[in-house]
Design a protein around this ligand. Structure first.
Ligand code: GLY
Length: 361
């Protein structure tokens, strides 16, 4: 059965529809007979572009499509310049829509275009990767990378509608699907023990992409994200809990070079590290710590950080954590688990504990 989750942000509230054979472009905030620019990438557009255009057409929305090369390299100011030019060529106006059809890179770029073109036009997110469905398409973070760092330019800009068509997951490569499961595990650890336990009990069905199960799991993740974003849209406090596993995760991505490990893989290793820190400084019990690490590995995710990139020098990682944009005065901050389902953000860790939990003496 299809599900709807509301993101409650007063006049910026919107619905996330989750399920099968969903409509696109029907939110009340979308003007009738408007035009849309679909932004997609070279992997997704050949698979789902026709479906998206048809759905928009059924809602009375004419569309043009702009395809960018797949991959993190596209998340640049150069691509943004191309997108602005195309928006002008298409004569998009304040009644027009930007539709993001793809994963996180497409969603972030399309979101930033919508946030800034003509000082803001409507945005619809149609995520096609598991990671985008449960995380990046919801909550309004948009932006691009600079040569000197990831997501250094961006804005908070909420979509008017998010359409999570689960059948698009059928074509998602296995490695990317599994990478998305890291963010699913994250929601269980940060807010919902029952979700965590249900993941422990259904790992094999999850890995076989059981669609009935996915409706409920994706909807629960979106509910948690909606609650967290509803409480702290601009990350002045509790939204930081969504960064569980991301302190080391971002450092791994940075040290290995973006694309070597997928985001969810790096976050998985980061969650395992944060779990070990939690045991040492937050009193997370060893049984729960072992369960988190075992769920991560059981889903085929890396539960350590010495994976396929060869030796990762601790000093390089430590330095990357110090220069992360969420560090304060070069001191990295961690989200740590007190128990499964409850976390504390903004934790500073003594240097010897950071080293010892990593495996350095
Ligand atoms: N991906 C973390 C957040 O949306 O805040």
């Amino acid at each position: 059965m299809n599900r709807t989750v509301r993101v409650d942000l007063s006049d910026r509230s919107y619905d996330i529809s989750i399920g099968h054979d969903l409509e696109i472009g029907t939110a009340g905030a979308i003007p009738k007979n408007c035009r849309a620019m679909i932004i997609s990438d070279s992997n997704v557009e050949p698979l789902h572009g026709d479906w998206c255009r048809k759905k928009l057409d059924e809602s009375g929305i004419e569309s043009d499509t702009h395809v960018i090369p797949a991959g993190e390299e596209s998340k640049s100011l150069n691509t943004m310049a191309e997108l602005y030019d195309r928006a002008v060529d298409l004569h998009l106006d304040r009644s027009s829509l930007v539709v993001a059809l793809g994963g996180g890179v497409v969603g972030d770029l399309a979101g930033f275009l919508a946030a800034t073109y003509l000082r803001g036009i409507r945005l619809v997110q149609v995520p096609t990767s598991l990671l985008a469905m449960v995380d990046s398409s919801v909550g309004g973070k948009t932006g691009v990378n600079l040569a000197r760092g990831k997501n250094l330019v961006g804005s908070f800009y909420q979509p008017v509608e998010v359409v999570v068509e689960l059948s698009t997951l059928k074509t998602l490569p296995e490695r990317e699907y599994i990478s998305g499961l890291a963010e699913v595990v994250k929601y269980g650890v940060i807010r919902d023990k029952a979700l965590f336990e249900s993941l422990e009990g259904c790992a094999s069905e999850l890995l076989s992409r059981n669609m009935e199960l996915l409706v409920d799991i994706v909807a629960r993740c979106c509910e948690i994200k909606a609650e967290v974003v509803g409480d702290d849209e601009r990350e002045s406090g509790t939204r930081a809990i969504l960064n569980f596993g991301h302190t080391l995760g971002h450092a791994i991505e940075n040290v290995l070079g973006y694309g070597e490990w997928l985001h969810g893989e790096a976050v998985a290793a980061g969650m395992a590290y944060a779990t070990k820190l939690s045991e040492r400084v937050r009193g997370l019990n060893s049984d729960e710590s072992a369960r988190i690490i075992s769920l991560v590995s059981g889903l085929g995710l890396p539960a350590d950080w010495h994976g396929p990139g060869g030796d990762l020098a601790w000093q390089a990682l430590r330095n990357a954590m110090a220069t992360d944009k969420k560090a304060m005065g070069r001191i990295p901050r961690f989200v740590l688990a007190d128990t499964i389902g409850e976390v504390t953000f903004g934790c500073e860790i003594p240097e010897d504990v950071l080293c010892e939990a990593y495996g350095m003496d």
